[in-house]
Design a protein around this ligand. Structure first.
Ligand code: ATP
Length: 308
């Protein structure tokens, strides 16, 4: 396709669940040190980029009214950051087909940032290295680098310093999507409030959990799942306890709040059980919808490119 001009690039980007989210005490800068084990799961947003007169964002999907369509959208910020580095005018139309719940603790905005970055890099034929793209991702937000990489990874610092983890098998998850979102900063504030007067340990990755990922052992992974933000999310949204209980009663190996919530995540032993748990969660009336998703999922991937 040498000499051709890309006129449309479509990129698919996965959601994530934190299989371990260990949170340290608030630092002087307000951030928290984390030991964050990310696993990419098969729920995807798709970002399509086409040339346009001005930078423009559109979005489709069930939560579209909660997605900002201005320069604060992470997809727009990614396009601008990449363009600035290369002295380009970011005149593109970014269309987001959104399937990842908004403000759901599954890094949907971060996924769109990583997806837009890869889509624009491809449209503008910049051929940036993965290291260059990861650098921009880290500027955009703590969860954005992982959205680009996918698979599984340990994140330390604010979560953005990533070490990939080899995963030895597939896992079957169910996600219960709640009505309305939870703001990540407010969940961290609640974490700080609940931790007041207690000694918060330094966050470290759990060796048993890392071993369970490496061997693909769902039962071992289920017994090692932890999320230090779960008490804060439950404190702000007590009804999530009913959702967690409904999934466990229906046969999940384990349940936990996904990231800062309010999405809840259920690990099951196989695809058939995942389907049953999803149906039971839906019937329980404790969530808006329930979705099955395999893991690990690949990171941001170009799925279509049309040229003239
Ligand atoms: P995380 O799991 O990384 O904490 P989240 O999944 O809880 O994030 P997001 O869906 O990323 O939350 O949305 C958080 C907020 O980010 C939204 O309420 C919205 O105001 C803003 N936002 C910016 N860009 C986007 C985007 N492309 N999609 C969704 N929300 C976006």
């Amino acid at each position: 396709m040498s000499g051709s001009t890309e006129v449309r690039v479509r990129v698919r980007v996965p959601a994530k669940v934190n299989v371990q989210l260990a949170v340290g005490a608030a630092r002087a800068d307000g951030f928290h040190d984390l030991a964050n084990v990310f696993l990419a799961v098969g729920l995807y947003d798709e970002i399509t980029v086409t040339p346009s007169d001005t930078l423009r964002i559109t979005c489709e999907g069930p939560d579209v009214s909660q997605v900002p369509l201005d320069g604060t959208n992470l997809a727009a910020r990614a396009a601008v950051a990449l363009a600035e580095r290369h002295g380009i005018d970011p005149r593109v139309h970014l269309h987001i087909a959104k399937d990842i719940p908004v403000a759901g603790g599954m890094a949907g905005g971060s996924a769109d940032g990583a997806g837009a970055l890869l889509a624009c890099d491809t449209l503008w034929k910049l051929d940036s290295s993965q290291a260059e793209l990861l650098d921009i991702c880290a500027e955009l937000g703590s969860d954005v680098p992982f959205s680009l990489l996918g698979g599984a990874a340990l994140g330390v610092g604010r979560g953005e310093q990533l070490t990939p983890i080899d995963v030895g098998g597939g896992f079957h998850w169910v996600f219960a999507i709640a009505d309305g979102g939870l703001s990540t900063p407010s969940v961290f504030r609640e974490f700080d409030r609940l931790a007041e007067g207690t000694a918060v340990p330094t966050p470290v990755a759990d060796p048993a959990l890392l071993a369970a990922l490496r061997t693909g052992d769902a039962v071992a992974l289920a017994s090692a799942l932890t999320n230090d933000l779960q008490p804060a999310a439950l404190s702000l949204r007590p009804s999530l306890a009913d959702t967690l209980a409904a999934g466990t009663t229906a046969g999940a190996l384990a349940s936990l709040v996904s990231g800062s919530g309010p999405t809840t995540a259920f690990l099951t032993k196989d695809a058939e059980t995942a389907q049953q748990v999803a149906e039971a969660l839906l019937a329980s009336g404790t969530c808006r919808t329930a979705r099955v998703a395999p893991a690990p999922a690949p990171g941001a991937t170009v799925v279509e490119r049309s040229a003239r």
